[in-house]
Design a protein around this ligand. Structure first.
Ligand SMILES: [Zn+2]
Length: 162
């Protein structure tokens, strides 16, 4: 870390504390050359590795934009999208790896999106898993209708009509 005043590279850390729930570290440093003090904030960056090999920082906004497209015309509000992006970030961070392949971010989106809106989920999954035929949709819909183990055996979320 170079001193911002004299560009000297020997700077001592005199205080260090976690900020933003431990996602960043704030350090107070002192320059060994000119004696001036400055503060740095180092954020642990979560990198997403794209299929091309390019990495970019994880962005909740990107998750929201990606899901927004699938939610067009669906009753899904901005709050719900933000919450979904937050859950995705938590899941991705919980993996314990600093570099996440982009398809794992997609995987982390599928679960919460399925709970949020089944139509949006199908749209997103069709692109993400590159559905190529109507059978792919049928299979996915059959999976959606299959009761989750341990839950009631009725079809989920479909109250009987009169
Ligand atoms: Zn200095």
């Amino acid at each position: 870390m170079r001193c911002p005043f004299c560009r000297h590279s020997d700077c001592r850390v005199i205080d260090s504390r976690e900020v933003d729930d431990g996602k960043a570290t704030r350090r107070r440093r002192s320059c060994a050359e000119c004696g001036r003090r400055f503060t740095t904030v180092e954020e642990a960056v979560l990198a997403v590795v794209k299929r091309s090999g390019v990495t970019e920082p994880f962005s909740r906004e990107k998750v929201v934009r990606g899901v927004q497209r699938a939610c067009q015309g669906r009753p899904v509000g901005e709050d719900a999208l933000q919450q979904l992006a937050h859950r995705v970030e938590e899941a991705v961070r919980a993996s314990g790896s600093a570099e996440i392949p982009s398809h794992e971010v997609g995987l982390a989106i599928l679960g919460p999106l399925k709970e949020l809106d089944e139509v949006a989920y199908l749209r997103f999954a069709s692109v993400y898993r590159s559905f190529s035929s109507i059978e792919d949709f049928e299979k996915e819909i059959a999976d959606l209708r299959r009761p989750v183990a341990g839950e009631a055996t009725e079809l989920p979320g479909r109250p009987p009509r009169e």
